[in-house]
Design a protein around this ligand. Structure first.
Ligand code: C2E
Ligand code: MG
Ligand code: MG
Ligand code: MG
Length: 286
């Protein structure tokens, strides 16, 4: 009857909760071993100079080759790694690996025109004392020019105006490292904050781009962000460009850079190098 059915549903719910909890516990402890165990991987996604179509740079995106669950995307483990602190080791690994790879590519014919590599930094990682020194060390160890490095931080990190955060951002910029606000527009930046922020680049979140061709209001909103960036003398990168119509509309409104599946998904280092070769040999349509 209804009563036993209700009980079964409740039981199933409890089993699922239990399983989810075990899964999180298992993931948490496995995450602590992941960097030392050599389980982290990088994927690379090109960032395109929209007016010329050239590859301006790339973003390094982390993956976890979990011994049992296979290749996991950051949405499946970054939040957990923030909670248990393993994001500090993961982020350090990403920074070193990304700069080593980029410095290597810059010595190749196809890679030489690229200007920068973008690396995501979590709030917890950024706030860990010694972060700026670590960046300085990795730059000198890899022989990378600080101007090759763009650090992507979250809007909320910059918004908090913890004196230490702004001081660290200024110190990084004084070294020549540039700072981007990732997923711009999803937080609550106020105009007064924006004009003072020690940053160089705004990355417009994919959620703003998705609908621009069918939603004039959305299009106008993105245009507003692009012109705001111009007023503040910040470069602007549009994320999640999937359609040629996105690319054309964004280029027309003066958005300098774009990133998205239209150009390439995030790929392995071999695939990225191959992509660069095909790009540099392609006859430019311009
Ligand atoms: P993000 O920094 O905003 O990176 C862009 C995400 O959008 C990437 O997902 C990328 O694969 C995806 N993307 C790019 N273009 C398109 C497109 O045209 N269509 C669609 N559907 N998606 C597109 P991914 O690699 O899964 O990364 C998700 C988020 O995880 C990143 O968002 C970033 O916030 C975080 N993340 C990635 N790598 C790291 C890292 O090394 N450290 C930290 N702390 N966070 C990272
Ligand atoms: Mg990013
Ligand atoms: Mg982003
Ligand atoms: Mg995003």
């Amino acid at each position: 009857g209804a009563k036993t059915e209700g009980k079964n549903t409740w039981q199933r719910y409890q089993d699922e909760m239990h399983e989810a909890m075990l899964r999180r516990l298992e993931m948490r402890s496995a995450l602590n071993e992941a960097v030392a165990g050599g389980q982290m991987r990088l994927r690379f996604q090109p960032i395109i100079d929209l007016p010329t179509g050239d590859v301006a740079g790339l973003e390094a995106l982390v993956r976890w080759q979990h011994p049992v669950r296979g290749l996991l995307g950051p949405n499946e483990f970054i939040e957990l790694s923030e909670e248990n602190g393993s994001v500090v080791a993961i982020g350090g690994w990403v920074l070193r690996e990304a700069l080593t790879t980029f410095a290597h590519w810059r010595t190749t014919e196809a890679g030489r025109p690229m200007r920068y590599v973008s690396v995501n930094v979590s709030a917890r990682q950024f706030r860990t004392p010694g972060f700026v020194d670590e960046v300085r060390e990795v730059l000198s160890e890899t022989g990378a020019d600080p101007r090759w490095l763009l650090l992507e931080v979250t809007e909320s990190l910059v918004l908090h105006d913890a004196d230490q955060v702004w001081a660290d951002l200024r110190e990084l910029r004084a070294m020549g490292v540039r700072i981007a606000i990732d997923d711009f527009g999803t937080g609550y930046s106020s105009l007064s904050y924006l004009s003072n922020m020690p940053v160089d680049v705004l990355k417009i979140d994919k959620s703003f781009i998705d609908d621009i061709l069918h939603n004039p209001q959305q299009m106008a909103l993105v245009e507003t962000i692009v012109s705001l960036a111009r007023t503040l003398e910040l470069a602007v990168v549009a994320e999640g460009i999937e359609l040629d119509g996105h690319r054309t509309a964004l280029a027309e409104m003066g958005c300098s850079y774009g990133q998205g599946y239209l150009f390439s998904k995030p790929v392995t280092s071999d695939e990225f190098l191959e992509y660069l070769r095909t790009q540099s040999s392609a006859v430019s349509p311009h």
